[in-house]
Design a protein around this ligand. Structure first.
Ligand SMILES: Cc1ncc(COP(=O)(O)O)c(C=O)c1O
Length: 477
């Protein structure tokens, strides 16, 4: 009869790292306190740090991994010296690139807890994660002004994947309308599938490739003159002329440059008339619903078949957190179901594993839940309204400036403008502005002209920061 092995015998060649991990567990208090100190210094220092880091030469990506570990306290010291000083202050108020939300204290706490509790948020088996995600999705629909119970969905890694799910579910539904099953038999069974889009985001173009539809395989709809908004007459003409049996329209609620909103009511009417699936990319625009001066821009969103949005943009939860909503959750589940005997459960609740690309999933509902409980609807409304006011304020300053020119009236939270001289002069000017480290803007091309894009999506932006932004631009003009 064999006798049970004691710990030392069971792992006679256990690597040192195993012992370090147990040592670390014993000094978890110090480790968490040290982590907390570093995080606090970074978060509180983000107002005064250089907004971006432009020289990472001190960090050697080819350095070999240590054979022997040093323990977490020592590794934290190394991270403090070698990595933290080389990060962007993208959580801070003057990072105006892309559409970058910061992290609110509640969302930060939620994200820390997410790592600590390390749930695999696949479904209802043995943990409340699925019920929390269900509640958060319902609260998100409420924030967006969508009718209760009409939409269901899933949290994703970001709007890019949400757009992907829109394509996948829409294509499946289109197939079902004409009696073919793309999920079972492949995209080849749907030969005449036509997608119509006026201003698809770059991520949607990527998704067209990933789904095998093809980057160029969509019908470009005209935009209203001087905007990124779908020209309804052109969409109608193109839908009417199409011989495709399966159709999808991709609309925008807040384009990334001009923050234009499509006329979703008119587009929903056309989709109903021509039997097309309506997907709306509302990555950040969905939360315009919180601003009573702009909520009307989302009229018709409730008629979308699927909607993309993001938590890591305007809701200021940390990366990654995307949102996908649909009125046809069973169609999505058909396309994304993962079947294996070991994945089956009798537990009651949503199987999020069957609603997206990932099988194993981070418990990304928790940071959202914490932020929603901590700040409520009022808190998010405050961020959205303030950021819209800030974009309008910068636009007004540009308009009254004798050396700057506004490229488009901001409808939401993005101001686009340009300086004097040629595109090359302005490229150099943007480089000078960003080199100050006081703010960060990304380049854009709008109306054929090079410009600067200032996107306000951070809860920390205040009047004092606006003064720094304006003063800095003036100082390098
Ligand atoms: C309108 C729109 N759609 C999709 C995306 C892609 O978002 P993500 O980076 O979260 O995947 C963005 C990002 O800025 C966006 O503005």
């Amino acid at each position: 009869m064999s006798r049970p092995l004691n710990r030392a015998e069971s792992s006679p060649t256990a690597p040192t790292a195993r012992h370090l991990m147990f040592d670390d567990l014993e000094q978890l208090d110090q480790i968490l306190a040290a982590t907390s100190d570093m995080a606090r210094a970074f978060v509180q220092g983000a107002d005064d740090m250089d907004v971006t880091c432009r020289d990472f030469s001190a960090f050697d990506p080819s350095r070999p991994m240590p054979g022997q570990g040093r323990g977490t306290l020592d590794a934290l010291r190394a991270a403090k010296e070698e990595i933290l000083p080389l990060l962007a202050a993208s959580i801070g108020p003057r990072y105006l690139g892309f559409v970058t939300g910061g992290t609110t204290p509640a969302a930060l706490a939620g994200d820390w807890l997410t790592a600590a509790v390390d749930q695999n948020a696949t479904g209802p088996e043995g943990s409340v994660t699925a019920a929390v995600e269900e509640q958060v999705i319902s609260w998100l629909c409420d924030l967006a002004g969508l009718p209760k119970g009409r939409f269901d969905g899933v949290l994703t890694t970001g709007a890019t994947v949400s757009n992907l799910l829109g394509l996948v579910a829409g294509r499946q539904w289109c197939g079902q309308q004409i009696g073919v099953d793309v999920d079972a038999d492949g995209a080849g069974v749907l030969p005449s599938f036509e997608i119509f889009a006026a201003s698809p985001h770059a991520s949607m173009i990527k998704d067209l490739s990933v789904t095998g539809i093809g980057r160029n395989s969509f019908t470009r709809v005209a935009t209203q003159p001087g905007t990124e908004e779908t020209d309804i007459a052109d969409l109608k003409a193109k839908l009417a002329a199409s011989t495709a049996k399966a159709k999808m329209v991709i609309a925008s609620a807040g384009t990334v440059n001009a923050t234009d909103f499509d006329n979703l009511v008119a587009i929903a009417d056309l989709c109903a008339a021509f039997g097309a699936w309506l997907h709306v990319d509302a990555a950040f625009g969905m939360f315009a619903a919180l601003d009573d001066r702009r909520a009307h821009l989302l009229a018709g969103l409730d008629r979308a078949d699927s909607i993309t949005s993001d938590g890591h943009k305007w809701l200021n939860v940390p990366y990654d957190c995307g949102i996908f909503l649909t009125r046809h959750i069973r169609v999505l589940e058909t396309c994304c179901r993962a079947f294996a005997p070991y994945l089956q459960t009798e537990a009651v609740g949503n199987m999020y594993i069957n609603r997206g690309v990932e099988n194993s999933r981070r418990f990304r509902a928790l940071p959202l839940w914490l932020a929603m409980v901590a700040y409520g609807r009022e808190g998010f409304t405050g961020i959205v309204r303030a950021n819209c006011d800030q974009a309008a304020d910068l636009a007004q300053w540009v308009r009254s400036h004798d050396r700057l020119e506004l490229l488009s009236e901001p409808k939401l939270n993005v101001a686009m403008f340009t300086g004097p001289g040629s595109d090359d002069d302005n490229r150099a000017l943007l480089a000078r502005i960003n080199a100050t480290g006081k703010l960060f803007m990304t380049p854009t091309i709008y109306g054929g002209r090079f410009g600067f894009r200032a996107a306000f999506s951070n809860w920390r932006m205040r009047d004092h920061d606006m003064d720094i932004v304006k003063g800095t631009i003036d100082s390098v003009l």
